[in-house]
Write a protein that binds this ligand. Structure first.
Ligand SMILES: Cc1cc2nc3c(=O)[nH]c(=O)nc-3n(C[C@H](O)[C@H](O)[C@H](O)COP(=O)(O)O)c2cc1C
Length: 328
């Protein structure tokens, strides 16, 4: 069955993509994901603050050691040879590129302008096929208005685009006042695609210990509705690629996202829950669904998007009133 897909201008053999998580930092897992039908993988984000912290800790340890015992220096290799976090990451990109044929998409979460620039450049040099920008901010500062936050997204994209030639995807938060306008602005700045959406982690309160609980709960299929709506609203209305992300557990969610118009469908939680072989279950479930209806991915993609659905009011305000009034 022809599942070929274009994403960020790259040719993919399948619309299934393993999204950023520690799972994809392992080349063995990347190989298995390719074998089980993934069209591409996204590596976990390289976090500027983590790398800087590691570098500071290393420096501190080396200084402490050299002050205390001359021979302590021999415990550590010279700093330029030290395989710091960022070098390990870049090495993974190189190894993954050599090991598989599918595109390797790197992900970056910077803080400073120079962080975004330097790591983006290094990631391209290491051979990544594309770069996803993971801009994870909680807009908690009352002094920072929506315009300032939106400008920061644009500035980061501009910065990165000025130093890399590989396609750049923006992994976005759903919390914009006007997501459609935000996508248009970022597209005009050269975003090759959008990952809708990043999943934000909110702490809970433990009533026993009166402490914040920062556990990481995996997603459930109930969470597909927000990204599904926005994929359906934007499909065919942007030249940039659309990646649907959040809530995929079975082939059902994959098919819904494709019907809404996603170019690719990403999953992390299902792979963490069931292992990398689950990619095969998603792949076979999806192809089985198309085969049972004697149809193809190309024929079905976007069939339920705002532009092509028979009753577009389902996506609009008129339906809001009807839904509220239909509750029994
Ligand atoms: C353990 C774990 C680690 C993650 N690490 C990253 C990361 O490094 N960068 C990133 O952009 N997203 C990261 N994510 C978010 C996922 O890529 C994805 O956006 C999110 O889990 C929603 O998709 P899902 O419902 O398929 O899990 C991580 C998620 C999990 C569960």
């Amino acid at each position: 069955m022809d599942l070929s897909t274009k994403y960020l201008g790259l040719d993919l053999a399948s619309p299934l993509v393993a999204s950023a998580s520690p799972l994809t930092l392992d080349v063995g897992n990347i190989r298995a994901l390719e074998d089980h039908g993934a069209g591409a993988v996204v590596l976990p984000s390289i976090f500027e603050e983590q790398i800087e912290l590691e570098a500071e800790e290393l420096e501190h340890r080396m200084e402490w050691g050299s002050d205390s015992f001359a021979e302590a220096l021999s415990y550590f290799p010279p700093s330029d040879a030290y395989r710091s976090g960022s070098q390990r990451y870049l090495e993974t990109i190189r190894q993954a590129r050599a090991a598989v044929a599918i595109p390797i998409i790197a992900s970056l979460n910077g803080i400073t302008d120079s962080g975004w620039l330097d790591y983006a450049r290094d990631i391209q040099e290491a051979g990544a096929s594309a770069l996803e920008l993971n801009i994870y901010t909680v807009a908690a500062d009352p002094g920072q208005d929506a315009g300032a936050i939106e400008r920061r997204y644009v500035d980061i994209l501009r910065l990165v685009r000025a130093v890399v030639k590989i396609p750049v995807a923006m992994k976005l938060s759903p919390y914009f006042s006007a997501p459609a306008a935000m996508l248009r602005t970022l597209e005009a700045e050269g975003a090759a695609g959008f990952v809708l959406f990043n999943r934000f982690y909110q702490p809970d309160i433990d009533l026993g210990t009166l402490r914040l609980r920062r556990d990481l709960a995996l997603s459930t299929p109930a969470e597909i509705r927000l990204p599904l709506l926005w994929i359906a609203l934007m499909a065919g209305r942007t030249r940039a690629s659309l990646a649907a992300s959040t809530g995929v557990e079975s082939a059902d969610e994959v098919i819904k996202y494709l019907l809404a118009g996603a170019d690719v469908v990403m999953t992390t939680s299902s792979l963490l829950r069931h292992g990398v072989r689950h990619m095969r279950t998603l792949h076979d479930g999806m192809t089985g669904w198309f085969a049972a209806r004697d149809t193809t991915l190309a024929a079905m993609r976007g069939k339920m998007s705002l532009r092509r659905v028979k009753d577009p009011t389902a996506f609009e305000r008129a339906n809001y009133i009807r839904i509220l009034q239909s509750w029994r």
